[in-house]
Unconditional design. Sequence first.
Length: 494
Amino acid sequence: MERHYRFPPRRTSGVVGKLSITQMLVIVAAIALPWLGVQSGSLALFVFLLVAGGGLIFVAFVRVGGRYLTEWLGPVVGVVVDRLRGTAVYRGAVFGPSSLAHRMDLPGDLASLRMIAAVATDGQQRIGLVVDEGTKVVTAALLTEGTPVVLEETAEQESRLNEWEAVMESTCDQDAAITRWQLLFRSMPDATNTAQAYYLDRAVQREELPARALYELVSRAAPSAQRHEVFLVVAFDLQALAAEIKASGGDDTAIGVVVMERLLELERQISEARIPVRGWLTPGQYAAVLHSQFDPDSLPLYDMQSSAQHELDLRVAGPSATERQWTLFRHDSAVSSTLWVHELPRRPVKSNWLAPLLQQSDVRRSISLVVQPLPPHRAERSVSNQALAAAGNIHMRQSHGLLVDARTQKELAAAQQLDDELAEGAGYFRYSMFVTVTAPDAHALRRSVAAVRRRLTRVRCSSMVLFGEQDQGFFAGALPLARGLAPMRGVTGS
């Protein structure tokens, strides 16, 4: 029998019940205003402050664009501050002063990134590692190959899913020191006809009828062909590896040696799960992926010129210019808009539930699933916190004679199910999903975003445009850097 999957609802619990800290502050301010009016002794001032307090209560509970008005405070303040400081626009490459003196010239909070090279076991191949000096994280990217798994029998598909599940759960091991991992899928027009290049490289007897028919087919498909790439990006915690790195010398070479051991072990597990891979990206390949996301028109040039002897200079991995606007992010030869998929299917779906979005051929897009694996002790605290918050919310509503909504009950049931799965030895993950849509201009982008949101609705997902946060959305949804998860809050985490 084919397995079905159901995702738990996104948590809605806050500091008190479902109230967030921002809503609580607004409510406290709304109560304080009439009190100040009473203390003043002026009837007119009291009435004015009472009306103002009522307005604040209204603001605390009104939704706009899928968010409470209080949740818009951060994006609005960020945009205003950037406009005043002039940091919403970035100039790099020839437009930036002394930009080529940097190892990688990237915008915003990506400026702390630098690339180092780790030497593979053969002593010749180099693996690109992106070191984030700000968050003390080092990242590597593995390029995978596609397989016709959807054409296989159900039993074989289930077997492969179980093997991949084992790989995922291995990342929860505290000794693995994996702080996040990311699955990044990107689809773009195949300007260089990769299928034809594959045919020319692999076909032996090209004069036979089947070979000629295949060549004609891939040649005719070139104008509408799409290219798909899937990267597994792994981020390691440098603080967790500090002792090993110090014992190996404490420099960049030591970082490469320690991380390389874990990359080889992870690649071995992935190969045992029958997932074909092309290998970890070299520094030049990593830089080319970053730059081609900022400058999509440069991708065909990299395809034609890429070789072991000709790799992209790491100093030009970033864009020439970017500009963050309220609804989109401008970068070099394109504009992008990022969607946050805040609700995954809550009704049973099959393992290929995302196929309509992955197979969409008329939109250039990147789909990013960013995952934080939690070790068992942190997972238990987080699940316990979720169950306690949901149960407390239910108790508070019942004690005040209020109706307990179905969503809160499902949140409690989901937390209890997670607790059961943890007791059985399953792994636990925090995750976020982003879809970055890219187009040549703003008009085409609006149509593409609408088309993608329709596909997301079709697969029972809920999404919202990250208004005011499009630069951070692009970094999380389009770049192989395993970004996009906020830190866990509090002692128990949430």
